[in-house]
Design a protein around this ligand. Structure first.
Ligand code: ADP
Ligand code: MG
Length: 460
């Protein structure tokens, strides 16, 4: 069979395999272009479709085509502009075409109206952690620049635009971004705080559900857009494309943009140069691991907040143990606090030492979200699939929230990624569960005991 026919046959099988929406949106207009040194080259309308086919749908397509050919084929997608034909009515057009058109045509809504729209779109991704405020951010030489700039941006938005924060894991980038979000929101500004992963997922959903206009409305009509973990847009061309336009619109209309990343813009690879130069065009500041005194001050703040008394040498001992990651410091602190609160009124040196000794070795092996789910299921006497599934009974629901809390607390994996394990639940749902359990275990409650038992089983 010649390659063209093989593609045709595979194509009709794929039409049966995929659901209608997926097929129509992503594959309907794919055309066989050529066979190049044995590689099938398939043309698609634009880079959104290409990314989708290459990343999400690749395996299925490859399998069907390989079956048809009787050998393991090689397959590649490329953007291919068909000969111009008389314009179709827009409603009849597959979405990615429409999207491409929207990009090239003069936009139907003038830019200034895109920004000035009076309607307030929902901003569900912007649920903030109430604990990430400026008041709870301990300032030191390591983070002073970030703190001062963040304060300045909150008081006089766009004084630095964009404001780009970068630094290692667990050093307070998210905390700083959300502190800005809280402050701006308290002034009545419309703020979206979002991770770049959620932005990407949102974009993909919008393309699928044909709601890109709403998507754009949402992100381009805010007073401030804060995007966390922007490093994840590296290599994602269509997200970069969309983000570039979002960035420009906001920037042009003097709206604040704040970005956080685990590395300097010059180290983000692969990233379109035009985005890189924009990231570097504002204020770029790094955040360093806190010095010993700062770690002490942070620990003292935590014990004060929770009414936990530490024997004199305990805080220094903890501060000594973890040097480069405040999240990990918090993990150890929580553990020590939890174990103590179960039985005693203050943390003795011996108790803290025992916990610290206990803590060291388990950190050697990395605990995964799946392991947390397993351990929680075992504890509650249910199946792991009950936790990740859709059962909403009160008992399962609470067990699920506990598992989500522990997944985040122990692994530090992002909410969108945890959400993916829990049956594709949203990032907001994860955050909600996390905050809820945080609150419910802040006193000496039976739930706290449950949480710590599961944690102990995992890290032993
Ligand atoms: P990152 O986003 O850089 O990975 P986070 O902002 O999530 O780090 O910080 C991890 C934890 O450490 C959070 O609970 C945060 O509140 C805490 N933290 C980090 N830096 C500070 C600081 N300077 N003062 C108080 N808490 C901090
Ligand atoms: Mg972060």
């Amino acid at each position: 069979m010649n390659p063209q026919d093989a593609w045709k046959m595979a194509f009709s099988q794929l039409e049966l395999q995929f659901d209608r929406a997926t097929f129509d949106t992503w594959l309907r207009d794919a055309v066989f272009l050529r066979c190049e040194e044995g590689v099938f080259v398939v043309g698609v309308g634009n880079s959104y479709a290409r990314d989708m086919l290459e990343h999400r749908l690749y395996k299925n397509i490859w399998r069907v085509l390989s079956d048809v050919c009787g050998y393991s084929v090689q397959l590649r997608f490329e953007v291919h502009k068909p000969e111009p034909v008389a314009k179709k009515k827009k409603e009849d057009m597959p979405l990615f075409r429409l999207l491409a058109e929207q990009d090239s045509d003069t936009p139907s809504i003038p830019l200034h109206q895109q920004v000035m729209r009076p309607k307030l779109p929902d901003l569900p991704e912007s649920e903030l952690n109430p604990r990430y405020t400026f008041e709870r951010f301990v300032v030191s030489a390591a983070n002073r620049m970030v703190y001062e700039a963040a304060r300045a941006v909150s008081e006089r938005p766009t004084i630095y635009n964009p404001f780009f924060v970068y630094g290692g894991v667990g050093l307070g980038k998210t905390h700083a971004l959300q502190a800005i979000a809280h402050a701006l929101r308290n002034k009545g500004q419309r703020v979206i705080y979002i991770s770049s992963e959620v932005f990407t997922n949102d974009l993909i959903d919008a393309i699928r559900q044909r709601t890109t206009a709403m998507f754009r409305d949402k992100y381009r009509s805010v007073d401030a857009l804060l995007v966390d973990d922007i490093q994840f847009i590296a290599g994602k061309e269509s997200t970069q494309e969309e983000f570039f336009h979002t960035f420009n619109t906001l920037y042009t209309f003097n709206k604040q943009i704040v970005l956080a990343s685990d590395r300097h813009p010059s180290q983000l690879e692969p990233l379109a140069d035009r985005l890189r130069s924009r990231f570097e065009g504002g204020l770029v500041v790094d955040i360093q691991p806190p010095e010993y005194e700062t770690r002490l001050a942070i620990i003292e703040m935590w014990s004060r907040e929770r009414g936990i008394r530490l024997a004199p040498q305990v805080a220094p001992m903890i501060a000594d143990r973890v040097q480069n990651n405040v999240r990990e410091l918090e993990g150890i602190f929580n553990r020590i606090a939890a174990e103590t609160q179960l039985g005693f009124t203050s943390v003795t040196r011996t108790a803290a030492e025992t916990t610290l000794n206990h803590y060291e070795s388990p950190r050697q092996h990395i605990i995964t979200v799946a392991q947390v789910v397993e351990a929680a299921a075992r504890h509650f006497g249910i199946r792991a699939s009950d936790l990740t599934g859709s059962n909403r009974s009160q008992r399962i629901n609470q067990a699920r929230q506990v598992a989500i809390f522990l997944a985040r607390d122990i692994t530090g994996v992002s909410f969108p990624q945890i959400g993916a394990v829990f049956g594709k639940r949203s990032h907001t749902t994860m955050l909600h569960a996390y905050n809820k359990i945080c609150e419910e275990i802040s006193g000496e409650t039976p739930l706290r005991e449950t949480v710590e038992k599961i944690r102990a089983a995992l890290v032993k």
